[in-house]
Write a protein that binds this ligand. Sequence first.
Ligand code: KG4
Ligand code: ZN
Length: 310
Amino acid sequence: MKILGIESSHDDTSIALIENQQVLFFHKISQIDIHKKYGGTIPEIASREHFQNYYILLEEIKKEFDLNTIDAIAYTEKPGLIGSLQMGYLFAHALSKYLNKELIPINHLYGHIFSVLLDTNKNIEYPSIALVVSGGHTNLYLLNNSQDIQLIGQTQDDAAGEVYDKVARVLFNQFPGGPVIDQIFQDNRNKISTNIKLLNPKLEQELDFSFSGYKTQIMNLSKSDSINKTELAYVFQQQTIDFIISKVKLAISKYQPKSIILSGGVSANSYLREQFLKLHSNALIPSLKYSTDNGAMIAIAAYIQKKNIK
Ligand code: KG4
Ligand code: ZN
């Protein structure tokens, strides 16, 4: 089965073609360089860029594939920036009408979850626990099968990626923050000894998350002249990732899953990947190129839905 996946929920425009779980074509145009100067994504600019980028990507894929041979078109229905989602929908809808192919709306977060199957022959063993950590969400799910997906924990304030972005902006005036802070952490691993201890959040629901307290503590500490910003970034990564990992551990002991899944943009984080793999003998992680937003993850979520693989 060949499925075209279309993703433009935020600031990446991406088209991919998959055949079953294998990726045949995957292109993405990132808008990071455009939004960088504003320190974050400007929705109006993002929508306009998506509009132009779709037609660039369409020309690319047409050079390699006959789109009449595909079975369906999947697009990101929600969640995301309204204008950006609308662009993706209009493009996918027009293409499906023109090619006379089925149109499949996909939840972006489920796309992240099933991205772990891309370019593999693996299946997910159920029940499974899935952590989606991105710029907009930090969610824990219990998957009883591919159709029965229950939200069991979520952030009560900022998302993990959002806080990475804010901390990197305050400390280093850089965007996006995840890769910058992760690199600093890697470069200083086993070199830094620190006495800084951030307070962990207190939450009513044990599987929920909260990150705004970490952000505020880092911002307050950064105001001191004597503070070492590298040390702060290091401490931030270590403690927020340890906190995330502690929640997954809790979910594992509560639900005894047969597999665990890590996904979303923050799943590109080296320390998170390393710690996550230690938690379970069947831990699934997407390859780095499929961690951040992409069309292939939207296509594979549609494939799994269509096959109804349980
Ligand atoms: O899933 P994604 O591409 O977009 C959304 O759906 O939000 O996630 C983007 C987020 C950004 O906040 C970015 O800073 C974060 O993923 N990110 C990382 C790393 N690479 C990207 N966070 C931590 N460590 C990384 N290596
Ligand atoms: Zn995402």
